[in-house]
Design a protein around this ligand. Structure first.
Ligand SMILES: Cc1cc2nc3c(=O)[nH]c(=O)nc-3n(C[C@H](O)[C@H](O)[C@H](O)COP(=O)(O)OP(=O)(O)OC[C@H]3O[C@@H](n4cnc5c(N)ncnc54)[C@H](O)[C@@H]3O)c2cc1C
Length: 538
């Protein structure tokens, strides 16, 4: 029988991050992954000969510089390609280029509204004044001030002290976590096109929200959560696809001695006298370990792996209530040519292709699309975020051919009155290609192959309950000390020696690496070992 200090269920990028830190600290670590490959939702696969696809996640905007530096990922195969600004076309022939430079962006906005252009620098200053506090919270272990225990009250007071310089900005943070994206943006902007362009990411692709849903404004923070000015550089596309992040992490974990098993489903955690002491695999094998760590979501970890028999009613209630509904889909295409966006002027950017393209015509269309998904129907005009990695990375497609990846909002997990069969998926493909053709006519003739992932497919392929890309909604009721559930947000669970390290934990989903980092820090603390990393965040 194999025995380890720690066994990790799932080799998503967070499981790999956690394993790397634990192994680096000298623990004997084993990772067990149900898929035949590591990476979870951060994978690259050659789906069609010569075409390498980032099957799920596709855009590196969140992987934290501290983790890249601590684990030396840039010397282990990670290469980030910076891309030109993104672009949003409108049917009236106008378009918006998202210049990172404030002056150019202000000029861009002035083409829609002079008043909004004047407001833009104030909006940027406002966001920049609150983002440092959010970034600092990422690496905090959530505290639980409600237990009444002196130790927890002291931790809460210590956190409050560390954050004391936030002052009255606490109300600004409060607003962005509680308001809708639309209401929040409306404080600065009036043009519907500007409101739509800035708020459209809150359109189902991030959860069961629309820009008019209270609490959806938090999405506006996501592109700012990573400091792109550090020595490890900015975000963008990853050479070879998002799987290259996971491959780099795998290399690091193995270098430090971690053992990795793929193609093995973990059926159950072995709990003896209230303590996790190993795992049972689908083939009957048993692995003993000093602690067990789950990279799976909350419902799977608590109900399938731990089991309700080890949980009290309060915990069962909380986990049952954990909101995981999703309306996000992903379509990956192999193409003869890239979309030719009518309103894109390559000379203005000095680039033949924009870095990525968002499609959202106006706020009414977005709301209508959201309502369709809530009613069990596919939206006729869904929100889309289109990336074209082959325009910037020659390794992902045969010469002269292209990869087009589309993340979309607005299709239900369960269709009303029908199944997600091949005919329904073909209908979704036609809708999405048609939506692109509104702004890039003729693109429908360029598609060679298509992979269509509905929320149900995402659930099945990635073991993400309901297909939620963040392992659960990230609104105020499910963040920080309530993620995944109240009283167990510090990467521990009610079972001694059983931890969680994935996106279901603070600070949530996205390829950030932070849940894996923070979980490793807590586990090493419990084992009386030093955390093998610098304190600074780079
Ligand atoms: C379609 C899609 C698009 C996305 N786009 C982006 C993007 O562009 N940028 C971004 O930053 N984020 C994106 N995300 C979100 C991001 O990919 C995820 O939030 C993140 O990858 C979660 O990482 P994780 O390691 O916590 O969990 P996961 O990646 O879900 O990994 C969990 C692992 O555990 C394994 N597992 C579960 N149960 C068991 C078991 N019983 N036995 C063995 N193994 C098990 C799973 O197979 C999986 O490999 C996207 C997600 C999806 C689905």
């Amino acid at each position: 029988m194999k025995t380890f200090d720690a066994v990790i269920i799932g080799a998503g990028h967070n499981g790999l991050v956690c394993a790397s830190y634990l192994a680096k600290a000298g623990m004997r670590v084993c990772l067990v992954e149900r898929q035949p490959f590591v990476g979870g939702a951060a994978i690259s696969r050659e789906i069609w000969p010569g075409f390498t696809i980032s099957v799920a996640s596709y855009w590196m905007s969140l992987l934290q510089p501290k983790i890249i530096k601590d684990l030396d990922l840039l010397n282990n195969g990670l290469e980030v390609i910076s891309v030109p600004p993104s672009f949003q076309p409108f049917e009236d022939g106008r378009s918006l280029v998202f210049w990172p430079d404030e002056k150019r962006m202000t000029e861009e906005i002035a083409r829609f509204s002079v008043r909004d252009a004047a407001a833009y620098p104030k909006f940027v200053a406002h966001m920049e004044s609150i983002i440092p506090y959010i970034r600092r919270l990422l690496f905090e272990t959530p505290v639980d001030p409600t237990t009444g225990r002196i130790k927890d009250i002291a931790k809460a007071m210590s956190l409050a002290w560390r954050m004391r310089d936030i002052g009255r900005r606490v109300y600004d943070v409060w607003d962005i976590l509680t308001l809708s994206a639309y209401d929040f943006l409306n404080r600065w902007f009036e043009s519907d096109q500007i409101l739509t362009a800035f708020g459209c990411y809150a359109s189902g692709a991030a959860g069961l929200i629309s820009p008019k849903t209270p609490g959806s404004a938090y999405v506006l923070l996501r592109p700012l959560m990573r400091d792109n000015a550090t020595s490890v550089g900015g975000g963008g596309l990853v050479r070879g696809g998002m799987g290259s992040i996971s491959e780099a992490l795998l290399r690091v974990a193995r270098k430090h001695g971690a053992e990795v098993m793929t193609g093995r489903l973990v059926r159950k955690v072995d709990i003896n006298e209230g303590k996790a002491c190993g795992i049972h695999l689908d083939n009957g094998d048993y692995i003993a370990a000093g602690c067990v760590i789950s990279n799976a979501g909350a419902k799977m970890t608590y109900f399938d792996l731990i089991g309700r028999e080890h949980l009290n009613e309060t915990v069962i209630d909380q986990v049952s209530r954990h909101r995981t509904k999703s309306i996000a889909f992903k379509i990956n295409l192999a193409c003869n040519a890239l979309p030719r966006w009518t309103s894109y002027d390559g000379r203005r950017l000095n680039e033949p292709n924009p870095g990525s393209v968002t499609i959202a015509e106006n706020s009414d269309e977005l709301e209508e699309a959201f309502q369709s998904a809530l009613n069990g129907e596919m939206a006729k005009r869904p929100y889309l975020w289109v990336t074209t990695p082959s325009a910037f990375d020659s390794t992902v497609a045969p010469e002269g051919k292209h990869v087009v990846q589309i993340m979309g909002g607005h299709v239900p997990y369960k269709l009303s009155g029908r199944e997600w069969d091949d005919a329904a998926k073909k209908e979704l493909l036609d809708i999405v290609v048609g939506q692109i053709c509104r702004y890039a006519p003729g693109f429908d003739k360029e598609v060679l192959h298509a992979q269509i992932l509905t929320p149900k497919d995402i659930e099945e392929m990635f073991a993400m309950v309901d297909g939620h890309v963040h392992h659960g909604e990230m609104t105020l009721d499910q963040v920080f000390n309530r993620r995944p559930i109240a009283h167990y947000a510090d990467y521990r669970t009610p079972v001694k020696g059983m931890y969680m390290c994935g996106a279901a934990c603070h600070p949530g989903g996205g390829v950030t690496g932070v849940p894996g980092h923070n979980a490793a820090r807590e586990i090493l603390h419990d084992f009386g070992k030093a955390f093998p990393a610098e304190k600074q965040r780079y």
